[in-house]
Design a protein around this ligand. Sequence first.
Ligand code: FAD
Length: 334
Amino acid sequence: MTKSRKKSIWVFGDYRNYYQNRVTLQLISKAMDLAKTIRAEVCALIFGHEIDEWIMEYTAHGADRILAIDDPALKSYSTEKYLAIIEALANQRDPEIILIGATDFGREFAPRLAKRLKTGLSADCVGLDISQDGLLLQIAPSFGGNMLAEIVTELHRPQMATVRPGTFKEIPHDYQRKALVERLPLMKGLPKPRVRLVEYERSVEKEHTIENASVIVCGGRGMGNKEKFKKLQDLAKLLGGDVGATRPVVYAGWADHGALVGQAGKHIKPKILFSFGISGAIQHTAGLGEANFIVAINKNPQATMMKMADVAVVGDASDVLNNLIKELKKRIRE
Ligand SMILES: Cc1cc2nc3c(=O)[nH]c(=O)nc-3n(C[C@H](O)[C@H](O)[C@H](O)COP(=O)(O)OP(=O)(O)OC[C@H]3O[C@@H](n4cnc5c(N)ncnc54)[C@H](O)[C@@H]3O)c2cc1C
C-alpha cells in the first residue's frame, strides 16, 4: 500500500449506541474545520461487521474518506484487535492527527495506541485548534481543572487527542455527500483478545441525553436535600427538558452520574439553562460553554453563577422553583 500524499485527520468511528453517542459526528465536524486550515482530508475509521449504515452516516456527516474493515471477527469492539489494526494502518499511511472520543472505550484504547505509535496524547480535550505554525492545539483542563492548558505535539506524529462528548457540534447530515470508501481486508495475525464479550445488556440507569437537550434545569447543593432536588424534574418536564447536577449533588446521591455537568461530566449546549443553587465553580462551568441563555437562582448575588447569568434571581432556590412550577401550570391551564 502506498502512503497517502495528502495530510489526513483520522477520526475513530465509535458507532456503538449511535443515536445517543454523537461524539464521532462531533469530531468529524471539528476535523472538517481543522482540515481547512492545514489542507487535509477527514478520514473516518470504521471497523466491525455489517457496517454499511455507519459508512453512510459518517459520509453524510462530512468525512472525505472512509477506511472500513467489515468482518465477522470484528463484530464486537476489541481493544487488542483495533490497536493492531490502527497501528498497522497508521504506520502505512502517516496520518497527521488522530482524534478519538473520550468514551469508556476511547479512554482505554487511545493511550495504548499513542504508546505503540511512539507519540503523545492529550486526554479529555475540551477544545482543538491549529496553531500559527500548523500544529494541533490540544486544549485540556489541567491542575485539577483550574487551568486550561494548550498542548502541542511538536516532534512526533500523529498528533493525538481524546475529546469529551458534547465539546463540538455535529453538522447536519447530507445524504448527497460523497466520500472515498476504501474497503480493506482484515489483516492476518491479529492478536487473540484476552477478553471475550459474553453478553451485552443495557444499563438500567436512566439514560441521560443532556448533551443534546435544548432546556436543562440544573441543580446544586443549594437545593438543600434530595426531596427538594427531585422537584427540578417537575420543571424540566413542564419545559420538555432534562435535569443536570453538580458534583456534590451526585456524590450525595440526589442525582445519578449521567446527570453530572462539568469537567468530570457532560458538556451541555441548551438554548436555555436554569441553574438552581449552584455556586459556579470552574469545574462546573467548564461544561456550560455552549449554553445560550442562563437563568441563575441563588441566595448569594455574588456567586459566580449569578455573574455569568443572563438573568440572575436572588432568592431561595426551592421557593423560586415552586413558584415557577405553580405559575407555569397555571398558564398551561389557562
Ligand atoms: C478535579 C475536580 C473535578 C470536578 N469536576 C466537577 C464537575 O464536573 N462538575 C461539578 O459540578 N463539579 C465538579 N467539581 C466540584 C467543583 O469544584 C465544585 O465543588 C462544585 O461544582 C460545587 O457544586 P455546587 O455549586 O452544587 O455547590 P456549592 O459550591 O456548595 O454551592 C452551593 C450554592 O448554592 C447557594 N445556596 C445555598 N443555599 C441556597 C438556597 N437555599 N437557595 C439558593 N441558593 C442557595 C450558595 O450560595 C452557593 O452558591 C470538581 C472538582 C474537582 C477538584
